[in-house]
Design a protein around this ligand. Structure first.
Ligand code: DC
Length: 228
């Protein structure tokens, strides 16, 4: 029996449906779900606006005080920052943009890389983000990259925010998503791109259940045993 934790990576641009799909896949496989975007958002929320312009020493000293854990079993596992759950506030559009700015900084990426790899070494995971398959878990057995047309991604994000009771403007969201994508794809460090061995799934016109089923079918076809 394979005793290594199972890692399934799910990367893609904002609004590609990664979060919903990753949760469904994790629940179905009975393993934890790691939202790496929430880690960047959590840091952005705590550090605040313009923290990406801070001198390295200040950033380093604040980062050294911040740590993440995944607490709880299987798909119910919850991500904590310094022992506290990350609330809905991190989902605001401006926090997403701040996260994208912070995500360009080497110090920030290295801090989170260490935390993400430690979590993946401890337990089986569906890890969702931008660089899970390329940089964080390059040896993961199952890698997926989700795509969808920009206008569909903006609409999904709009509906998601509405469901959370967060006010949003579709036009502004579309523009925001575009800017954030450009920034995430074109940065020097760990840019958003599919790993060479990732399966690319175009989710345009598919619902989250259909995407999750596609992914689960491929993972199970390999007969991998999960250790939650
Ligand atoms: O997945 P998300 O939209 O919640 O992520 C917010 C931002 O965090 C995203 O625009 C870029 C950054 N991010 C990253 O650089 N690498 C990751 N693995 C996850 C997120």
């Amino acid at each position: 029996m394979d005793e290594q934790p199972l890692v399934v990576t799910l990367d893609g641009p904002a609004g590609s449906g990664k979060t919903t799909v990753a949760k469904l896949v994790a629940a179905q496989l009975g393993i934890a779900y790691l939202d790496s975007g929430a880690m960047f958002r959590g840091l952005a929320y705590v550090l605040g606006e313009n923290s990406w312009d801070w001198p390295e020493k200040r950033l380093q000293s604040v980062l050294s005080e911040l740590s993440f854990e995944l607490v709880g079993r299987s798909a119910e596992a919850e991500l904590l920052l310094n022992g506290r759950p990350l609330g809905e506030d991190i989902r605001q559009e401006n926090v997403g943009m701040w996260a994208s700015h912070l995500a360009k900084i080497k110090l920030v990426r290295e801090h989170l890389k260490a935390a993400q790899q430690m979590l993946g070494a401890q337990r089986s995971l569906v890890a969702e983000g931008r660089d899970m398959g390329t940089v964080i878990f390059p040896r993961a057995k199952h890698k997926f990259f989700l795509e969808a047309r920009p206008e569909e991604r903006a609409k999904r994000r709009f509906r998601q925010l509405q469901e959370m009771g967060v006010a949003a403007d579709l036009l502004e969201l579309t523009e925001n998503l575009h800017l954030r994508d450009e920034q995430d794809r074109n940065r020097a460090l760990a840019p958003l791109k599919p790993a060479e061995d990732a399966v690319i799934v175009d989710t345009t016109g598919m619902n989250a259940n259909q995407v999750a089923e596609t992914i689960i079918a491929r993972v199970l076809a390999d007969g991998t045993v999960a250790h939650a």
